[in-house]
Write a protein that binds this ligand. Structure first.
Ligand SMILES: [Zn+2]
Length: 312
């Protein structure tokens, strides 16, 4: 079974009328899942608020207190040049992190094999003590640390295929025992880090601007999979950003829907070899709404197919 975590708060958070990280993104995802017939095959669950103890495994208390203090009662609270809070942001960020925690619990306890968190805002730029780049809390890092520290898993792999480097996740998880992070990202764009890994448990693959799915496939086959197989993860958590798509306006890679399906199939195979098929995926970027919807559908089609194969 694949669970889809969602909540109306993810549409209520917004950062201004022309901001690319908009509620239209999540609406496009839900509409595509419904019109493609995939939604009927998913178990929908409400994303819960994160518990403070879960947030504080990945973030300093000062950061969480500052977010709560900054939350406005009306209008916007500006965090940085491209990141702002409205009155619904705090609930959305808490439910985004809570969704990943609940998804981890569901797949580790065996209630489902895989789960997708249809959340926003994204989280992978959020550092231990800083919101940045449309991100406030690092939902994937919160979920990964919940898996090791609360549920007792010994090895968790985080996979990030967003076009931007997941600097926050890397900062939080670098050299943490029981963690491996593998990622691809476009060289030289925001946030400008990643080419020098911060820890021995980081496999960072910078892809040249303009490259297509061939470069992704080489990175996955030559760098990700050997590292993942050597690590033998008990759980895979995906930072699933879809802004490496060729139609995306924020970056310059040229992936297609088929590439997202292919990379998902590779991760299902790794999870099948080592992790009893357990995969939690959480939405990060993706700013062209039509290709975002179709790419998420391709990702979820592969996850659902993996379910069928795993239970056959
Ligand atoms: Zn991104």
């Amino acid at each position: 079974m694949t669970i889809l975590f969602h909540h109306s708060a993810f549409e209520a958070h917004e950062m201004g009328p022309h901001h690319p990280e908009s509620p239209a993104r999540i609406r496009a995802v839900i509409e595509e899942l419904e019109s493609s017939g995939l939604m009927a095959r998913l178990q929908r669950e409400e994303a819960p608020m994160a518990r403070e103890e879960d947030i504080l495994r990945a973030h300093d208390r000062d950061h969480w207190e500052a977010l709560k203090a900054a939350a406005p009662e009306s209008q916007y609270a500006v965090i940085d040049s491209d990141t702002a809070m409205n009155p619904h942001t705090l609930e959305a960020v808490s439910r985004a992190a809570g969704a990943v925690v609940q998804a981890v619990e569901a797949v580790v306890c065996g209630r489902a094999k895989t789960a997708f968190c249809a959340v926003r805002p994204p989280g992978h730029h959020a550092q231990r003590d800083q919101a940045m780049g449309f991100c406030f809390l690092n939902s994937v890092a919160v979920g990964a640390l919940y898996a090791t520290e609360a549920l007792g898993l010994e090895r968790v792999a985080v996979v990030d295929f967003d076009v931007h480097h997941g600097n926050g996740t890397e900062e939080i998880l670098a050299d943490r025992p029981g963690m491996l992070m593998v990622s691809t990202f476009q060289q030289g764009i925001y946030p400008g880090w990643g080419e020098r890994p911060l820890g021995k448990n980081m496999v960072n693959v910078a892809l040249p601007g303009g490259s297509d799915g061939k470069a992704l496939r080489a990175a996955v086959l030559e760098q990700w999979i050997p590292a993942l197989d050597a690590f033998c993860p008990e759980l895979i958590i995906i930072s699933a950003g879809f802004d490496a798509h060729r139609d995306d306006p924020l970056a310059g890679l040229r992936w297609t829907e088929a590439d997202y399906g292919w990379v998902t199939e590779q991760l299902i195979a790794v999870a099948g070899r080592h992790a009893q098929g357990r995969i939690v995926s959480s939405l990060e970027g993706g700013y062209e709404t039509r290709s975002l919807g179709r790419s998420v559908a391709s990702h979820l089609s592969a996850l659902l197919l993996g379910e069928t194969l795993g239970s056959a």
